[in-house]
Design a protein around this ligand. Structure first.
Ligand code: PMP
Length: 353
């Protein structure tokens, strides 16, 4: 039998939410944008199709320029990957190997422990507070001389909680200057809370910050795979060194440029998703369901021991959500129709005290 690394065989596979079995089933399990791509974005992809016999531009020149301009940074500060999950993998691989530690909150984005283990490093998962928020004091306590990287997912997936500016400042006082702090802002566009720390502000003020962004959520390009980090040029250069060559397609690069051209229109869609989040949250609260005030495009229900029952009711009503038995359920904000279906399913149940 061939010999492979034992830690890999023991890893849980990254699970994708189930595919809807019919048009009457709503998938609210992957925090996708419910709106279809804009015609201008589709046109840019169709145009790029004529050159798919060629390799894509690895330096991603046009989108690098646009992202750099948007944030007032240099193109040397920006590094891309096939989705921000690939950039997260690059950040880990460039920072941590055997014997090194990577700290993150738990529960958080499920790929973190998998990517850290694949890199040969040791995942250090620090439990969230009782309010499902990052416990930054405990995360600072977990720092050792072996710590090479820390993820702060803000807003956090799956709890929708945020880290404030003051909390992050206090935390960073305790982080050694040679440890990279990655602020994963996959859901940042759905957060208008003024006290929440903005990664880009911290990037400007601290030399050991990397900001992680994606075109998958607010920009609705999950299927094309494009994410990026904004980091110091030396860090960004190392990300390019570990990147899988040609993983980022020209189709994705063109669609992202077209999306930045359409920010006003996409912004209106984000406003609609946020209005729906307000409506859904208010109705859940009125029904007595415990949930955090989400800063993202999903809600997190603390259903505890009732999780399996709630998930069964959702499935029965044609709603696919993401459940963690004994903990809670994350439900993406979808179309009005999908959200209504979700609320109708919840109305058939009573929260247990
Ligand atoms: N970070 C967080 C917190 C996420 O929830 C996700 C996707 N679920 C990602 C990163 C990765 O998204 P993508 O690879 O599509 O950019």
């Amino acid at each position: 039998m061939v010999r492979q690394r034992e830690v890999i065989a023991e890893l849980p596979a990254y699970k994708q939410g189930a595919t809807p079995s019919s048009a009457d089933v709503f998938k609210l399990s992957s925090n996708e944008n419910p709106f279809p791509p804009l015609p201008s974005v589709v046109a840019s992809v169709v145009e790029a199709l004529s050159t798919i016999h060629l390799y894509p531009a690895m330096s991603a020149p046009a989108i690098s320029q646009r992202v750099a301009e948007k944030f007032g940074v240099d193109v040397d500060n920006v590094a891309f990957g096939a989705g921000s999950v690939e950039v997260a993998a690059q950040l880990i691989q460039a920072s941590a190997g055997t014997g090194d530690e990577v700290i993150f909150a738990w529960r958080s984005f499920e790929a973190y422990p998998i990517l850290v283990t694949v890199a040969g490093a040791t995942p250090i998962a620090v439990p969230l507070t009782a309010d499902d928020a990052h416990d930054l004091d405990a995360m600072a306590d977990a720092i050792t001389p072996r710590t090479r990287l820390i993820f702060v997912c803000n807003p956090n997936n799956p709890t929708g909680t945020g880290v404030t500016r003051a909390e992050l400042e206090r935390f960073l006082e305790r982080v050694p200057a040679d440890v990279l702090v990655v602020i994963d802002e996959a859901y940042v566009h759905f957060n208008r809370d003024e006290n929440t720390a903005e990664g880009i502000d911290f990037f400007r003020r601290y030399p050991n910050i990397a900001v992680l962004h994606t075109f998958s959520k607010a920009y609705g390009l999950a299927g094309l795979r494009l994410g990026y980090a904004i980091a110091q040029p030396t860090v960004a250069a190392n990300l390019r060194r570990v990147a899988v060559p040609f993983a980022v397609t020209d189709l994705a690069q063109r669609a992202a440029v077209a999306s930045l051209d359409a920010e006003a229109e996409l912004g209106e869609r984000i406003d609609q998703i946020m209005a729906e989040r307000g409506r859904v949250s208010a109705e859940l609260a009125a029904g007595g369901w415990k949930h955090s005030d989400s800063l993202a495009n999903f809600v997190w229900l603390r259903t505890g021991a009732q999780t399996d029952d709630v998930n069964a009711a959702l499935t029965e009503h044609g709603v696919l959500a993401r459940a963690w038995p004994g903990e809670g359920i994350r439900v993406s904000i979808g179309s009005t129709e999908a959200n209504n279906r979700f609320l109708a399913a919840m109305a058939t149940l009573q929260p247990t005290p």
